[in-house]
Design a protein around this ligand. Structure first.
Ligand code: IVH
Length: 699
């Protein structure tokens, strides 16, 4: 921030400081607690930078409440807390070469070094992940903790043990106690593949590899963590009474010898020019590195110097993070295309004149939704600034209005579907807010929705029809062989009667056709939850489908009750919304689906060919069979998901809230409102130990 824009009085500064603090806190919450950032790193850094500048001029504003005094997040409460014996702090940022020179100048002055005295500093990539502290006692991993707020993090030991890069046992001659610190992250390619799987399965997709890493590590079900491609680089340490070397480089080398992965791009530099040259080298490799980095970290090499330099506020005086500027480029927006998804969402995509952004050629960018286009006033023909900030999908940051061609008109978002011409509307939410997404109302009339639904229907997590992938579906759909899901099951009999047999087509032969029909026939007896998921109802992912399958038992019953649930005053609606994990939004989406006659026709037609199987039999003889159970508070012997699965296996219905219909509340420490509610309704309350006493120890 230049002096010209610095507030002139403390009153003005206080106001701006409060605005910045609130904005930073909101971004922190979405970033740390929901693993879903709302702004780019560069924007976030600019806000923090402005706040720090104001505090430099008005130190009275740098109180304990200021974001400048906090590092990271407060622990979320999902995991047990761990107090860091040595705080996990953060590094001060530098944004240009001058900041780096200032840093070295400060260090030299502090240590009283003469101009000719050597000052060796390491330079290494700043990995864009999340930091983790791993405590080893006698070489064995005993505790893993996230940074949290720097003082107290979350205990993620069980999760860390599943990460292949993290040795459970250090090798060689290791000290009695050492806390190894480093970064958990995800390779870009692994991230893209994982997100594709998540999307197909109707599960959460992550904005970038860093959020995917955070979301994957902080899972209560460690099996989920184990299935995610997490990686780890060691670069630092916490409590370490005996260190194996007296330099930064020496200790990091020892971490490598003990079995940790350390970054090969770490280099010892003897001058500022050498540091900056290494910065530029790392920056030039950024695009091809395989994982996201957002800068270069400098650390004074001598540990003796590090001790003498110590800390100022929440950062070490001996370290600096030299951030990269966001990767941006200017190009021309040639067109805005509208894609229509499975649920009818119209998604605008920017088609750009191809341009290289940080080493990657970009020709498409996301435009999010129509509000975003209007807010940025993006017009076809505009010169735009594109940014690739760690995220895989590039974004349009802004328009260079000076370069706007004469006559460029504000973009009019279509109000009809570009594929089927049906009305496209923005729904009003129950909250009164209008949905950001405009949707085609054509349902199955819309070819785009039909094809996307067919792909979903046959996909791995749905019917899982081997050999009926996206490409083949497109081929069959465009050739008129398959229009609706039920057509898949009549394909073989129609083919037998046809004069243009499938096996005579290009790319097909007798055996591939036999295999395909075999795969289709094998799925006529599919599990009910897969069948429900395959219908492609909005908001109904695999988990919700399982809840519905368990609750309704058969496809016919499910169909009838969902049609009846259209009456929101009736019992079926009540029943649906009382199911665990099914709130109003999901329930409304299901009801809307069955309110559409086309959809019911598809379900009925499908049920002539497919025989959905009820889920594995649940016990009817257990002490909790047919009881409605609620779990609350902290559970020690099982995760919430395990508790739920166990209760369901034992024939109980698990609900998320207590009502007079609840039979049993299992309350752990910290139980609050649900416990009160249970007492009010006279619901029986037991603790976890009593739960195990009653049900035995089935696991
Ligand atoms: S050293 C006192 N080295 O950047 C902090 N940090 O703001 C010492 N990071 O919390 C940290 N790569 O999550 C260090 N090579 C690296 C790093 C690195 C990424 C992260 C780390 C830390 C933050 C610093």
């Amino acid at each position: 921030m230049s002096a010209a824009t610095m507030p002139a009085t403390i009153a003005v500064a206080r106001k701006r400081h409060a605005e910045l603090a609130a904005e930073i806190a909101a971004h922190d919450a979405s970033y740390y607690e929901e693993d879903a950032p709302t702004v780019s790193d560069a924007t976030y850094d600019a806000l923090r930078q402005e706040l720090l500048e104001i505090e430099k001029h008005f130190p009275a504003l740098a109180g304990a409440e200021s974001p400048s005094q906090r590092v990271g997040s407060t622990p979320s409460g999902k995991f047990a807390k761990v107090r860091h014996r040595v705080p996990m702090l953060s590094l001060a940022n530098a944004f240009d070469e001058e900041d780096v020179r200032d840093f070295l100048g400060r260090v030299r002055r502090f240590l009283n070094l003469g101009e000719n005295d050597e000052l060796a500093v390491t330079a290494e990539p700043k990995i864009d992940g999340l930091s983790l502290s791993l405590r080893y006692e006698d070489g064995k991993l005993v505790e893993a903790a996230t940074r949290g707020d720097g003082m107290e993090g979350e205990n993620v030991t069980a999760n860390a043990l599943t990460v292949k890069d993290i040795p459970n046992q250090l090798k060689g001659n290791v000290p009695k106690v050492i806390e190894v610190r480093g970064e958990i992250y995800m390779d870009k390619a692994d991230f893209a593949a994982m997100n594709a799987r998540q999307e197909k399965a109707g599960e959460k997709v992550f904005a970038n590899p860093r959020n995917a890493a955070a979301g994957s590590l902080r899972q209560q079900d460690v099996k989920i963590t184990a299935s995610r491609p997490l990686r780890f680089f060691a670069y630092s340490w916490g409590e370490a009474p005996e260190l194996p070397a007296d330099t930064q480089l020496g200790v990091v080398e020892a971490l490598g010898n003990w079995g940790h992965r350390v970054n090969p791009l770490m280099k010892l530099c003897k001058s500022v020019d050498e540091l900056l040259a290494h910065y530029r080298l790392i920056e030039s490799q950024r695009a091809t590195l395989g994982y996201d980095i957002d800068g270069v970290v400098y650390k004074v090499n001598s540990l003796d110097y590090q001790t003498r330099l110590g800390f100022v506020s929440r950062s070490p005086r001996w370290g600096l993070a030299h951030k990269f500027s966001a990767e941006q480029a200017t190009t021309v927006l040639e067109a805005i295309d509208i894609q229509v998804g499975r649920t009818g969402a119209l998604t605008p995509v920017a088609r750009l004149k191809p341009v290289t952004v940080g080493g990657v050629v970009v020709s498409n960018a996301t435009l999010h939704n129509e509000d975003e286009i209007a807010r940025k006033d993006i017009r076809v023909g505009d010169t735009v600034i594109v940014q690739r900030a760690g995220d895989v999908i590039p974004q349009i940051v802004s328009v260079v209005t000076e370069k706007r061609p004469r006559g460029a008109k504000p973009y009019e978002f279509p109000t009809t579907c570009p594929i089927c011409k049906s009305h496209a509307v923005r729904e009003e939410r129950a909250s009164g807010k209008t949905d950001a997404v405009r949707r085609c109302t054509g349902g199955l009339i819309c070819a785009a929705q039909r094809i996307e639904r067919l792909k979903h229907f046959a996909s791995r997590s749905a019917l899982d029809i081997e050999g009926l992938g996206d490409k083949i579906i497109e081929e069959f759909a465009s050739g008129g062989l398959i229009t609706y899901p039920q057509d898949i099951f009549t394909l073989e009999s129609r083919d037998k009667k046809s004069d243009s047999r499938l096996e005579d087509r290009d790319g097909w032969g007798e055996s591939s056709v036999t295999n395909l029909f075999g795969a289709i026939n094998a799925r006529r007896n599919v599990a009910l939850d897969r069948f429900i998921y395959a219908l492609g109802i909005r908001h109904v992912g695999e988990t919700t489908a399982r809840v519905l399958a368990r609750a309704y038992g058969s496809a016919g019953h499910f169909r009838d009750r969902m049609i009846a649930a259209g009456d929101q005053a009736g019992e079926s609606w009540q029943e649906l919304t009382s199911l665990d994990g099914i709130g109003d939004i999901v329930a409304e989406a299901i009801v809307d689906f069955f309110d559409e006659p086309h959809n019911v026709e598809v379900v009925d037609a499908l049920l002539k060919h497919v025989h959905p199987q009820p889920l594995e039999a649940v016990s009817r003889s257990s002490p909790v069979a047919d009881k409605t159970v609620v779990f609350t508070g902290a559970l020690e012997r099982m995760t919430r998901d395990e508790a739920k699965a166990m209760a369901e296996r034992l024939g109980a219905k698990v609900s998320g809230s207590v009502s007079k219909k609840t039979d049993l509340l299992v309350a752990g420490p910290g139980a609050g409102s649900k416990l009160k509610e249970a007492e009010k309704h006279g619901v029986e309350v037991i603790d976890e130990a009593e739960w195990f006493r009653r049900v035995g120890n089935p696991s």
